[in-house]
Design a protein around this ligand. Structure first.
Ligand code: SDX
Length: 428
């Protein structure tokens, strides 16, 4: 029997259908609310509002569960790699051998940038924020890859998806090289995704460059942990822009801009700066947490709109820190020690416990990226590289849904009521 929710307003009872998701989540369908009652809902940060149904990622924030297409994140982190996970998110299943080979070939064939791209890099100052360059250069892809501005079929979509996932990595590496005055390193067709990224970032011309397998595995895991997270701020931005039938590039570039925010993907930089500030100031953990409780600071990397329990990604990253640092030969990382002490103190403190504030994905990710040698100002770029498959998957799902309409929220107006124009000589 179909479930409904009843709204009583001004003596009128209106029934709204209740839909149930595959994991038992319930949503009241209010698409007829305004027509039937004249009311709209008001939910400024959309904390109670579902924008869509989706079959890509499931999160249970109370239990700390995260699954990509039903596969637990813990299993993917242990057994999969970034590109296989990207395929799973975008196409809905783990690739068979032929699909994996075809997707890898598309990534390899699309790794390079048009030679004229370099002129655009030349225009940026060496201290330009990498996320500003990234969003600009993803938009610039639209100037060089007209064929992907209108995606007509699965074949061109798969090519466009592979191209964007591959090129975002090249753009990131070139951004880093330009900022250091280093020559660009072309993608190496014989390297796998992460190894190729590290090669383009750190290798020197005319020298062999070997990627440590443990580093490659660690970065594969960091990227796949970031690959999707249902309707977060940047993904909702991608969907919003995509709903206007804007191109995949415009939507992804907009996603980069939203992710840059320090409350979102930009938090991974803020966490390291917070840890470094505690270390250099000599401030005690207790003193710092006091500042947080006085609301003079945020405990960056803590808290989440959905997780009211441990972010499962933070658990995996925390466990990986020791292993990765040991394998890279880093015996003592003071940032990890401070992070651990902060977490331990916060999780015993009623201020954080009562507000259900736990470490999120950004709390430990930077420690691993720092150990790998990724510069601090590139941390959020790494988040964007990781999230690109999720944005593409969500954009594709929205475009495939024939009921998709342009997103256009309403408002409640609270400004001046009707008033006439005042001639300049009659104004106060
Ligand atoms: C990501 O949405 C996603 O899925 C995002 C993400 C993804 O994969 O896409 O998971 C990635 O963005 C992770 C979040 C990274 N951001 C940070 O680490 C920044 C620090 N965190 C906070 O800014 C905050 O926790 C948010 C933004 C993450 C969530 O904010 P909410 O849901 O709006 O929480 P809130 O502001 O309503 O907080 C409730 C209470 C408030 O205190 P009171 O008003 O009740 O006294 O908790 C406090 C807040 O002040 N609080 C914090 C805090 N986070 C919330 N206090 C100190 N430090 C914090 N980090």
């Amino acid at each position: 029997m179909a479930r409904t929710a009843t709204l009583t307003f001004e003596g009128k009872k209106i029934e709204f259908p209740v839909i149930e998701g595959s994991e038992g989540e319930l949503g009241m369908d209010i698409s007829k609310l305004r027509a039937q009652t004249g009311l709209i809902t008001l939910d400024p940060a959309y904390g109670n509002t579902g924008a869509c149904t989706s079959a890509i990622t499931f999160i249970d924030g109370e239990k700390g569960i995260l699954r990509y297409r039903g596969v637990p994140i813990e299993q993917l982190a242990e057994k999969s790699n970034f590109i296989e996970t990207a395929f799973l998110l975008i196409f809905g299943h783990l690739p068979n051998q032929e699909e994996a080979l075809r997707f890898r070939r598309r990534l390899t064939d699309n790794a390079h940038l048009h030679e004229d791209f370099k002129h655009h890099f030349q225009g940026f100052p060496t201290d330009a924020p990498p996320m500003a360059i990234l969003s600009a250069m993803i938009n610039t892809l639209a100037c060089f890859e007209h064929k992907f501005l209108k995606i007509g079929d699965n074949e061109s979509f798969e090519e466009a998806a592979a191209s964007l996932i591959s090129k975002v990595r090249t753009i990131a590496a070139y951004t880093y090289r330009k900022s250091r005055g280093l020559p660009y390193v072309y993608p190496d067709p014989n390297r796998r995704y992460v190894s190729n990224f590290l090669h383009m970032m750190f290798s020197r011309p005319y020298q062999d460059y070997h990627v440590d397998e443990d580093v490659e595995d660690a970065l594969n895991m960091v990227l796949l942990l970031h690959a999707d997270h249902e309707q977060n701020c940047s993904t909702s931005t991608v969907r919003m822009v995509g709903s206007a039938d804007a191109s995949l590039y415009s939507s992804a570039a907009a996603g980069v801009c939203a992710l840059w925010g320090k409350l979102h993907g930009g938090a991974n930089v803020e966490v390291l700066e917070m840890l470094e500030k505690i270390q250099t100031s000599g401030m005690s953990i207790e003193d710092f947490l006091k500042r947080v409780k006085d609301k003079s600071e945020l405990l960056m990397g803590f808290g989440h709109r959905v997780y009211k329990n441990f972010d499962p990604r933070a658990k995996i990253l925390k466990a990986a820190c020791d292993k990765v640092l040991a394998k890279i030969g880093i015996k003592n990382e003071p940032m990890l020690d401070i992070a651990r002490r902060l977490e331990e103190a916060a999780l015993k403190d009623s201020y954080f416990v009562d507000r259900k504030l736990y470490p999120n994905v950004d709390f430990y990710s930077g420690i691993i990226m720092k150990a790998i040698g990724i510069p601090l100002n590139m941390f959020t770029v790494m988040f964007a590289i990781g999230r690109m498959p999720g944005w593409i998957a969500q954009w594709r799902e929205q475009h495939a849904d024939k009921s998709t309409r342009i997103a256009r929220p309403r408002q409640i107006y609270t400004g001046p009521t009707l008033q006439d124009y005042v001639e300049p000589d009659k104004r106060a």
